[in-house]
Write a protein that binds this ligand. Structure first.
Ligand SMILES: C[S@@+](CC[C@H](N)C(=O)[O-])C[C@H]1O[C@@H](n2cnc3c(N)ncnc32)[C@H](O)[C@@H]1O
Length: 252
């Protein structure tokens, strides 16, 4: 794949750089073997943030906070981000402090599977970047929380190209994730409420827009009422509250 490597190097040379702090965070993450969004993914994210101008962003998978700080430095949004791995939680808190963004971040610590059902309000941009095998589990909650017109970005969907292999060509230990990612890609490309493009950049990213269309889209035209497309305006306070009224935000 020499051509692919050369193409990536060429494309990386075209990307606009980040702030000194982000460059440092990225280097530190690479040294510590912490995964962070790749240059190509950053480039598409930066463009999407400029286009969408989100107000409330939900991120599933903070790691050490690189992508959260990236989003904050490339938009005026507030970010709610979820992480469950203690050493990374501590590092992310420190990075949010270093970046001076604590007042624009709600950091929820724990398993997203437990946290998502408790969130209320709506988000106009969701970044899904946690355990790949769990994306389908998170999807119903993400759809509930994503506002009409909202953008869902999912990272790592092509799994270094392994996604296109036959089931038998995939190493046995990777087969569950492979199967689940294929199912997830089917879900987001076939769901009538979403318009999705799968982009071959970074480790593969899927960009979906929630149209507001309900799943009865398949019905004949005359039997459908116009889908209610409501404004994407968001109540900031509601976004950080849990359904039961509690607020488990961890101060950063
Ligand atoms: C690929 S890393 C996130 C990278 C980060 N978005 C960035 O680009 O800077 C995925 C993170 O999701 C976390 N994670 C995985 N499954 C999770 C879950 N169910 N709930 C919360 N965090 C989870 C992992 O601990 C890991 O730190």
């Amino acid at each position: 794949m020499a051509d692919r490597q050369r193409m990536n190097i060429f494309l990386d040379s075209l990307y606009r750089g980040n702030s000194a702090l982000l460059e440092n965070m990225e280097k530190e993450a690479h040294r510590a073997d912490v995964p962070v969004i790749r240059k190509g993914t950053q480039s598409v994210m930066r463009m999407l943030l400029a286009l969408k101008k989100p107000v409330e962003v939900l991120e599933i998978g903070t790691a050490v906070g690189f992508s959260a700080v990236f989003i904050l430095q490339n938009s005026d949004a507030h970010v709610t981000t979820i992480e469950n791995y203690a050493p990374r939680i501590a590092a992310a808190k420190e990075n949010f402090r270093r970046a001076g963004v604590e007042n624009r971040v709600t950091f929820l610590t724990g398993d997203a599977q437990n946290i998502l059902p408790g969130l209320a309000g709506s988000y106009d941009f969701v970044f899904m970047d946690a355990a790949k095998g769990q994306y389908s589990t998170f999807l119903p909650q993400v759809m509930r929380l994503l506002s009409p017109g909202g953008v869902l970005v999912t990272d790592n969907v092509l799994q270094e190209g392994e996604i296109l292999e036959s089931h038998y060509a995939v190493e046995r230990r990777n087969r569950t994730i492979y199967k689940r990612m294929r199912e997830y890609l089917r879900e987001i490309t076939e769901d009538p409420r979403l318009v999705t493009a799968v982009i071959e950049t970074g480790d593969g990213m899927a960009v979906s827009v929630k149209t507001g269309m309900e799943p009865d889209r398949a019905k004949p035209e005359e039997s459908r009422n116009a889908a209610p497309v409501t404004s994407g305006t968001i109540g900031a306070a509601a976004c950080v509250k849990h359904v039961d009224g509690s607020d488990t935000a961890d101060s950063v």
